[in-house]
Design a protein around this ligand. Structure first.
Ligand SMILES: [Zn+2]
Length: 326
């Protein structure tokens, strides 16, 4: 490895209700080392902040470097964030309100910290590192436990009046659909997130539905992962294929709505579900989207799967740190 001069490195952190990921990146946005630990959210914000600091140190150590060589640390937090003060205003999955994340982490780590919403940083990672900032207008859709979105408009992240723009997961795509965590019915997230897909499968299995998944994992499907769905489909499981196909159809409708409203140059799909099931879902998503887009609107619009996968968050957080410390 080439010798790193002081201040060349940035760290990107992505954290949610279950895990914290950190990665050290050089000037060319190569990842030199990373680390992953559980969040332990029920222990409260002080304990979680300590764990974030530990994860950053682990990643730096993994790369045989030290914190003095780091010029900035970017963080993607799961909720509404005041980017200026670095305060997490509200993060329902962590049960956080007004947590001064930037201030506290800077005390722990002695380096500059920058905080942004997690979907916004994932979008930033995809936009800058994967798309090389080329298209002017891009929509990012991240499908995992929930569904989040990021919008780049005219080459800049679009945050909206109250910094809450991009709640693509709560776009209603079926007014008679299942209840969503937000209280509405038929949100995109309640129909096509990993949580929604797993719920549908588990309910059907309880009602007697046969699937290869129970042979693979046992009747309670406790350790079900997105990758298991891919395995089941490839082994010819028609039921799982149908559930995933439906989720892809709803995603196609959501993509069409966004293309009709924003006319982006590209729509990028990411997150754990897409990482595991891109081959199964992307064709259907594209077909359904094209069926629902207004004539003329879709010309040359690209609908693609991100290759960054789970690393979109740490990559984008590192981009944020790099931009903020320029
Ligand atoms: Zn909702």
């Amino acid at each position: 490895m080439a010798e790193q001069s002081k201040g060349d490195l940035v760290v990107g952190v992505d954290f949610g209700g279950t895990k914290i990921l950190a990665g050290v990146f050089d000037n060319a946005m190569e990842c030199l080392g990373n680390a992953k630990i559980s969040t332990k959210a029920p222990r409260g914000s002080d304990a979680v902040i300590e764990r974030i600091a530990r994860c950053v140190q682990d990643a730096v150590d993994e790369a045989d470097l030290n914190l003095k060589q780091v010029r900035g640390i970017g963080l993607g937090a799961p909720g509404a964030v005041d980017g200026k003060s670095g305060t997490v205003i509200f993060a329902p999955n962590l049960d956080w309100r007004d947590v001064p994340l930037k201030k506290e982490l800077e005390k722990h780590l002695g380096a500059s910290v920058f905080v942004e919403n997690d979907c916004n940083v994932a979008m930033l990672g995809v936009y800058v590192v994967e798309l090389k900032s080329k298209p002017k207008d891009v929509v990012g859709i991240f499908i995992g436990t929930g569904i989040g979105g990021g919008l780049v408009i005219n080459g800049e992240l679009y945050r909206g009046f109250n910094h809450t723009a991009g709640e693509i997961g709560h776009m209603v795509v079926d007014v008679d659909g299942p209840k969503c965590g937000c209280g509405n019915k038929g949100c995109f997230e309640a129909l096509a997130s990993r949580t929604a897909i797993f719920q549908q499968i588990k309910t059907a299995v309880k009602d007697g539905q046969k699937t290869i998944l129970t042979d693979m994992l046992g009747d309670d499907l406790e350790d079900l992962r997105s990758g298991d769905l891919r395995k089941a489909i490839r082994r010819g499981d028609k039921f799982v294929d149908h559930v995933v196909e439906e989720a892809a159809e709803y995603t196609g409708i959501a993509v069409a709505n966004l293309i009709n409203i924003l006319n982006p140059e590209a729509v990028v799909l990411g997150g754990g579900v897409i990482e595991a099931l891109a081959d199964e879902m992307l064709g259907i998503i594209t077909e359904v989207a094209r069926d629902h887009i207004l004539a003329g609107t879709s010309k040359d619009v690209e609908i693609i799967a991100s290759k960054l996968g789970d690393n979109a968050g740490i990559t984008g957080s590192a981009v944020l740190a790099k931009q903020e410390t320029k």
